[in-house]
Design a binder for this molecule. Sequence first.
Ligand code: FAD
Ligand code: DHB
Length: 410
Amino acid sequence: MLFRGQDTSESLFPEDSSMRTQVAILGAGPAGLLLSQLLSLHRIESIVLEKKSRSYVESRIRAGVLEHGTAQLLCDAGVGERMKKEGLRHEGINLGFSGQLHRVNLSELTQGKAVTVYGQHEVLKDLIAARLRDGGQILFEVDAVSVDALLTKEPCVRFRYQGENLELRSDWLAGCDGFHGVCRPSIPPEALKVFEKTYPFGWLGILAEAAPSWDELIYAYHQDGFALFSMRSPTVTRLYLQCDPDEDLSKWPDERIWENLERRLSFVGPKKVRRGKVLQKGVTSMRSFVVEPMRHGRLFLAGDAAHIVPPTGAKGMNLAVGDVWFLARALDFFYSQGRTDLLESYSENCLRRVWKTQRFSWWMTTMMHRFERHDEFEHRRQLAELDYVTGSVAASTALAENYVGLPWAG
Ligand code: FAD
Ligand code: DHB
């Protein structure tokens, strides 16, 4: 039975508790929602199942920097209007070290490209609004989700929704359910190869009601540890401090956070970090993680379900967007021309870009953070690296082209 309608209306449910669609999508994060939107532009039917509530998804503070191609794709997908109005175009970033600030002119080094500062949750609000306006189906607050029959022509998702046990059958299944989702663990371990690296530090992040003190992002290397100055809007600042991976937030009252930020960012110039009410506070651990392949039978993994990057360089959401660009194109070729070649090469195509982006995120992370506090060789090496990156056109071009985003194909 083909099943159509609005997001949570009960009248949508067929009496036999079994539904069918072309592509079942698990997870309403950037990967799942953008995939659903791109598929609808190709007239391919999908249903998105999400564990959390709509309000939770729309308010979860995460990524904030959109690569050039990500911003372009959101516009092409018909969900870029608000981003174009409210997003902040940044044509440069700054690296601070040894008491000085060095600007990397992204646009000049990449033939006019730039990044857009626009919160991930704002992207999700725009995608959810667009999907529901166009009759798309997103079921929030689904529970007890499991996937099955992945090696058959009709994979199946079982879940609970509004007290009922339901079953969704489809041609294809997109595992966009993030790092802690059910899709990746449903693949037999012997069918996957896992690559993983953890880092001996994390990020303590705050969101504050304060006008940004600087116009552009600042990545600061300091003897006390890394600090990042970022923003979300002309009235909201986003700041991060290197901390222990299992840092206890209760030991970080607001005053201690501001003092550390001021110290680690003090050398960047006469301006001080503007303080404001702390709206949100959290600790993120850091890891690099990839599984290969990103496909098992009729299940395709996309985004954080398949890979995680450390946040330095702002690549996680952008990688998720790149994956679903490949997947939407491959599914379009399948439904419109009966071609399976792009589905067959999905994993290989994604992984080529994923590994290059892993390399970049690892490189930014190892350049900007303090590792062993007393390892003076490492300290001198990092300073030399920063000096080289900011002093050489070739090296700053390599940074810039990765930062604004590598091309999706080729
Ligand atoms: P997610 O956003 O994790 O979405 C997965 C969804 O699946 C979730 O909504 C989850 O609730 C749902 N789900 C889970 N299990 C199930 C289930 N069983 N059934 C149904 N649904 C399920 N990236 C950038 O590009 N730029 C940045 O500036 C940046 N900054 C970051 C800062 C922080 C502090 C953090 C934590 C991350 C940051 N990232 C950044 C990373 C980025 O947020 C993620 O890479 C991105 O959210 C991945 O999108 P996704 O759709 O793959 O997964
Ligand atoms: C932000 C996060 C990042 O990981 C980064 O490299 C730059 C900015 C942010 O949340 O604004």
